[in-house]
Design a protein around this ligand. Structure first.
Ligand code: AMP
Length: 233
């Protein structure tokens, strides 16, 4: 784990725009919701924002639909536009946690330029790092009840009887894309561009590499110590 320099006093008043980076299974979603609560800033997850726009039938949602259905990236201009709109909301006045965007170096550069035009920048990039085989173990251990939706984990949160829901006795299922071979393929696609984004910010001295194999609260504590408790005051 490498700690980067604490925030300099002259940036303490800037809005806290954090970028959270981590592969599937790294615990990014878990940390994002804890941080959002602890820091009082919204968690802006690109996939969720697009899905919500689609469900609401907004023009943005309609534009994103085709790309999402084909599993392609939504064009940069649209994606940046959506994030800048989210960042302009009163809820994001003190900052936001960006998740899933930027996910390419092109998007990072475009976002940096857009933020710079309004005198802002990404303050910290938090990279939650977990070895591939541990990610596969974590994700491939997920099981869910098809009737009531209760999630289980074969190792960390098993049902009382193997393969059976504690609540309604239904046979648990594994999502197709949580099967080990599919998880490995997802990681092979996902990780290289993610590392390139982290690399893009490395030179600015704002990247924190965190060991995501630590317990959840230890990861949270590391992140909070990096971003500085002053944001809460
Ligand atoms: P996710 O839930 O993060 O897997 O995202 C679901 C879909 O949303 C992706 O397959 C893309 O179509 C779209 N999407 C999410 N993030 C981005 C992004 N940063 N740039 C472009 N499209 C994105």
């Amino acid at each position: 784990m490498t700690a980067s320099a604490p925030l300099e006093p002259d940036v303490a008043d800037e809005r806290l725009i954090l970028l959270l980076v981590g592969a599937v299974g790294a615990g990014k979603g878990t940390q994002a919701s804890i941080l959002s609560r602890e820091l009082g800033i919204p968690h802006l997850a690109s996939g969720n924002l697009f899905r919500a726009a689609m469900a609401a039938g907004t023009p943005l949602g309609e534009e994103a639909r085709g790309y999402m259905e084909r599993g392609e990236l939504v064009p940069d201009e649209t994606t940046i536009g959506m994030f800048m709109e989210e960042l302009a909301r009163p809820g994001a006045a003190r900052g936001a946690i960006l998740d899933g965007f930027p996910r390419t170096v092109g998007q990072s550069t475009a976002l940096d330029e857009t933020l710079a035009a309004q005198g802002e920048r990404i303050r910290r990039v938090i990279s939650i790092e977990v070895p591939t085989e541990e990610l596969v173990r974590r994700v491939a251990g997920r099981w869910v009840c098809p009737q009531c939706g209760t999630p289980y984990h074969a190792i960390t949160d098993p049902p009382r009887t193997a393969g059976v829901c504690n609540k309604d006795g239904a046979q648990l299922r594994q999502r197709d894309d949580d099967r080990p071979e599919v998880v490995r393929a997802r990681l092979e696609r996902q990780v290289p561009p993610m590392l390139q984004v982290v690399d893009h910010y490395e030179g600015s001295g704002i990247v924190d590499h965190l060991d995501g194999t630590q317990p959840i609260d230890a990861v949270t504590a590391s992140i909070l110590s990096r971003v500085g408790a002053r944001i809460r005051s």
